[in-house]
Ligand binder design. Structure first.
Ligand code: ADP
Length: 183
């Protein structure tokens, strides 16, 4: 099984759910920048205060801030990991490449969870998180298309990309995820 993984895909595709299950099963570090940022907001830290308004609009928080969080976690961790929600633009992907080179590590596989917008929106609306109202969701999808989707080609060109159809139940998607991780 691959040990250093990246989950890519639009909000609502189920990255967080699948990443958590897989990380638990294989004892990988699950690094979700969205979750880490929400924890900072909840704790009321300086970092959280900086991120809160940006997240409420569905925009991306600054690359420097997110990168500092990821660096801190990866530097202090031995073993496998699963990145979810990061990188989210090309600058972050390049920064990650630099960080991994420093740590003498590399991404082994990128899983792209694919799902049509209509289903994504329905899933997010039923989740009901603070940034899950329709206007903000639509903005997150625009931000995804403009800033994150270019990473698909980036990782495809590196030969790392595997697509997973993200419709159906958690268990069905989970089976496809596992199938995409064996050679
Ligand atoms: N790598 C990142 N770079 C910048 N902002 C991020 C990053 N990860 C998360 N965020 C912020 O946190 C919000 C929630 O992210 P996330 O939990 O991944 O949810 P979703 O994938 O459903 O949009 C994003 O809309 C963004 O504001």
């Amino acid at each position: 099984m691959k040990q250093r993984l990246l989950f890519l895909g639009p909000p609502g595709a189920g990255k967080g759910t699948q990443a958590e299950l897989l990380a638990e099963r294989h004892q990988l570090l699950h690094l979700s920048t969205g979750e880490l940022l929400r924890a900072e907001v909840k704790a009321g830290s300086a970092l959280g205060q900086e991120a809160e308004a940006v997240m409420a609009r569905g925009e991306l928080v600054s690359d420097a801030l997110v990168l500092a969080i990821v660096r801190h976690r990866l530097e202090s961790h031995q073993g496998g990991w699963l990145l979810d929600g990061f990188p989210r633009n090309l600058a972050q992907a390049e920064a990650l490449d630099g960080l991994l080179a420093e740590l003498d590590q590399r991404i082994e596989r990128v899983l792209l969870l694919e799902l049509e917008d209509g289903v994504l929106i329905q899933r997010l609306l039923s989740r009901g998180r603070a940034d899950d109202n329709e206007a903000v969701i639509r903005n997150r999808l625009v931000v995804y298309q403009e800033q994150t989707a270019p990473l698909i080609d980036h990782y495809r060109n590196l030969g790392l990309l595997h697509s997973v159809e993200a419709s159906g139940t958690v268990a069905e998607i989970g089976e496809r995820v596992v199938a995409a991780l064996v050679d």
